[in-house]
Design a protein around this ligand. Structure first.
Ligand code: BDR
Ligand code: CA
Length: 331
């Protein structure tokens, strides 16, 4: 596909091992033109997230700008990052890293999103796979953002599948529920890729070994090492994952949705986020949106979100492997 036909994407991320998988998928896919990487706190501090994004991009030969964004949730106190899942460094405790000759873009992530959306109105898809503070702040800086971005795809939330940080909450939404509710009610073309689908797709260590063997490159070796750490967590938690050691590739699914939406079954309803109490971080879908409920917040006129409810898992894994095994890395 020629560069003019590629989709311009800003990747908002908290790398994070599955964030790293998703980044490399985006770089490998011929239809994606990655025009910026904006980072946030989440799996690690925002400083570490920015360091990781810059490192992962540099070793894969990507020169897209990388920015640092919000460091804490909008309203609630910050929590300690989940070092037992992603490693203390967010990349499975990599150890010494290669020197890279690159610097961060000096703009804050939210400002970068606004600048790019104004410069390319109607062209950019924003794929957000961390807590949603950058996007929420960008909306405050530029209220016309929903008109300026082509589409927003969020990895986060869950409707039917149990949560992963509480019985009802998924980590990205739970990490900043106020920001998330702002994003779900902003009125853009929004797709939610949540645990209902990400828990159906297991990538295995064998996949990442095959990818590393094919490329013999520092980028895919780094990814394999990070995934080995991350897969230990998931294989220890779920017996079906342990059978062929691997992991859920949450953030990757947001990009697979972007390039192959036909692999997903979706429903279009309004979604709100519980911001307080025991259900904090729950994404609640209004199944009966034909009813005019008397409670404020559920008006029939509310903006709708497209929610991914089912997925063709073998189809996703085939797209993943085919994309990652192609020649996408510099020699
Ligand atoms: C999400 O939380 C993070 O730990 C992952 O990177 C992913 O974005 C899954 O709940
Ligand atoms: Ca993430």
């Amino acid at each position: 596909m020629s560069s003019s036909k590629k989709t311009k994407v800003i990747y908002d991320t908290d790398p994070g091992v599955d964030d790293a998988m998703a980044l490399y998928f985006a770089l490998a896919h011929p239809d994606i033109d990655l025009v910026g990487i904006t980072t946030t706190f989440g799996n690690v501090s925002v400083e570490q997230a920015a360091t990781n994004a810059l490192y992962l991009a540099a070793i894969a030969g990507c020169d897209a700008p990388v920015t640092k964004g919000v460091a804490v949730p909008w309203c609630k106190p910050a929590e300690k990052p989940p070092a037992h899942i992603h490693g203390a460094d967010g990349l499975g405790n990599l150890g010494p890293r290669q020197p890279i000759g690159r610097q961060l873009d000096p703009r804050a992530s939210a400002q970068f999103i606004v600048d790019m959306a104004r410069a390319h109105p109607g062209e950019i898809v924003l794929v957000a796979v961390g807590p949603l503070g950058n996007l929420s702040l960008a909306l405050m800086l530029e209220p016309r953002l929903p008109l300026l971005l082509r589409e927003v795809i969020v990895m986060g939330g869950t409707i039917v599948e149990p949560g992963n940080v509480s019985p009802v909450a998924e980590a990205n939404i739970w990490n900043d529920p106020h920001a998330a509710d702002r994003v779900f009610t902003a009125g853009w073309k929004l797709t939610m890729v949540g645990l209902d689908v990400t828990h159906r797709v297991v990538t295995t260590l064998e996949h990442f070994q095959r990818i590393a063997d094919k490329h013999r490159h520092v980028a895919t070796d780094t990814l394999l090492k990070a995934v080995e750490f991350y897969a230990r967590f998931y294989s220890g938690l779920y017996s079906h994952v342990a059978k062929t050691p691997g992991c859920f590739a949450h953030d990757l699914l947001a990009f697979i949705y972007l390039v192959q939406p036909g692999l997903f079954t979706t429903t279009v309803k309004s979604v709100r986020v519980a911001t307080e109490g025991l259900a904090q971080g729950q994404t609640i879908m209004n199944e009966r949106d034909f009813i005019d409920y008397p409670q404020p917040g559920w008006e029939k006129t509310r903006h709708r979100t497209q929610v991914c409810m089912q997925v063709d898992a073998p189809g996703c894994l085939a797209v993943f492997e085919e994309t990652m095994l192609a020649d996408w890395l510099p020699a």
